[in-house]
Design a protein around this ligand. Sequence first.
Ligand code: F6R
Length: 257
Amino acid sequence: MQITICKTPEEASRLAGEIVNNAIKKNPKLVLGLATGSTPLLLYKEMYTACKAGLSYKKVRTFNLDEYYGLPVEKPQSYRSFMNENLFNHLDIDMKNTHVPDGLAKDVEKSCAQYEKMMKAAGGVDIQVLGIGGDGHIGFNEPGSSLVSRTHLVTLTPRTIKDNTRFFTKSSEVPRYAISMGVGTVMEAKCCLMLCFGKNKADAVKGMIEGGVSQFCPASALQYHPNTIVFIDEAAASKLTLKAYYKWACQHPAKLN
Ligand code: F6R
């Protein structure tokens, strides 16, 4: 893992935005894996600001990590609505190239297998944007999820339901299930770009970076990913034992002339 501790989420998102936008400059047909939630919002702003300044996203293909199960896409809380509102509507992207798991699929297994097939047919995900749950989840892969899982139907934990209640009027409205890429799916991305902000992520960040690799903290699987870039703010980094070293290593990168 390449770990960068930033002063603010703004700084972290600017650096993450440079990575995504530069990759699109090099490959206009880049395949992006995307996440919802509050974490990537500033990154998405970096992306559509670059687009407004002339970087075309027209040919970029995207695959979202997850979608609530049983929630109509028109609902403002659906992840499709979230993506349209917070990113896609601000880009020149062809909507046909944007994919979100089908939370209304009748045959869920078939639909999940189809989603995996589409990603493969696109050449696989080049950069997967990730946020982390306070319990260490990635996508909707909750603690206890298999680290080799593929896109599948997931039962949400009470904690995730509680965390996501802020987007609904009451907890009983939060769907209990979701369709999510599996940890195994995420691990196939060529690059994982993980952003973590705020002190309520500090335990999860500690587990992801310095804990043992375990399905108890699904994000810890990223320790085995060959190209994971992590941008965290000071608050999210506050429980890291080797925090001073990560900063030192960032200032003195191991590059030979
Ligand atoms: C959402 C997703 C989740 C979030 C995580 C953090 O598509 O995959 O794993 O990244 O729950 O959410 P926020 O960013 O709202 O703290």
